[in-house]
Design a protein. Structure first.
Length: 253
């Protein structure tokens, strides 16, 4: 197994990409710490892992709340005592052109998508520094590179993650910690369904997404989970500070 006995912490593991990655990491032998703000969904992920003879436990955390994140670190000190793999995956969407976005919405998107990565990494990096090894995967998006439009706050948040990833990589490479970023295209999850459900013409919106992708279809959470598995495992040991695109061949449009 590719992650035998590694401790893997995944934020936003109650749904979509995070959940699929938690299931895959567990299948590959990892002890998964399932983190989510939504207790019912996070516990469901753990139930599915245990039903498949995997190892997992749930910790309810709001990644934007420093107290909540510090409590998580304390919990880990008393349990696993380390983290080998951190997948900073929790995120929310932000639709709208810049002039339409309310300041409150802007702050919320930056808070979850950027400050959440900062806060969780801040408490987990010391475990990795101590053991002189670790793999951190930060969730960006292909939107950080392409001009998709109508996503001002979201695009800004995911662009920030690329810069943060490179900065973290330089700082922690001396401790044998790798920090890479994932840049998925459109992956069919509740996150995308939420956006589609607000579109006046759902079918037309799906057709437009498909048109933009050379693959001709939306991605699935497992497509990203496999990429996360590669970045988490030692197979990617020569990848440091890399933005890893997994987007079905998205073209500007
Ligand atoms: P999702 O909505 O299915 O899952 C997101 C999870 O994050 C949920 O379980 C939610 O409860 C959790 N979460 C939200 N706020 C939180 C908080 N404050 N603290 C802890 N947990 C919180 O979304 P998804 O599509 O699986 O997206 C996962 C990540 O992938 C996000 O960062 C998203 O921006 C990114 N992404 C998604 C796509 C896509 O097309 N689905 C594309 C590129 C990037």
């Amino acid at each position: 197994m590719r992650l035998n006995s590694k401790v893997a912490l995944i934020t936003g593991a109650g749904s979509g990409i995070g959940k699929e990655t938690a299931l895959l990491f567990a299948k590959e032998g990892a002890k998964v710490i399932v983190v989510d703000i939504n207790a019912a969904m996070g516990k469901e992920t753990v139930t599915e892992i245990l039903a498949n003879n995997g190892s997992a436990r749930f910790v309810q955390v709001d990644v934007t709340n420093e107290e909540s994140v510090k409590k998580l670190a304390k919990e880990i000190e008393g349990n696993e005592q380390t983290v080998d793999i951190l997948f900073n995956n929790a995120g929310i969407s932000g639709v709208g052109q810049l002039h339409e976005v309310e300041l409150e919405t802007w702050k919320k998107v930056i808070d979850v998508n950027v400050t959440g990565v900062f806060l969780v990494s801040k408490v987990i990096v010391p475990f990795m520094v101590e053991q002189k090894s670790g793999s951190i995967i930060n969730m960006s998006s292909c939107i950080a590179e392409i001009g998709l439009g109508n996503r001002a706050s979201y695009a800004a948040s995911k662009g920030a993650i690329l810069s943060l990833t490179k900065s973290m990589q330089v700082d922690y490479a001396p401790f044998n910690i790798r920090v890479n970023a994932l840049m998925p295209g459109t992956i069919y999850t509740p996150f995308v369904e939420d956006y589609l459900s607000r579109e006046p013409n759902r079918e037309a919106a799906i057709a437009k997404i498909k048109e933009r992708q050379l693959s001709g279809d939306l991605g699935k959470p497992i497509d990203v989970a496999y990429a996360a598995l590669y970045l988490a495992s030692d197979e990617s040991k020569f990848m440091l500070g890399t933005p890893f695109m997994i987007d079905g061949g998205v073209v500007n449009g």
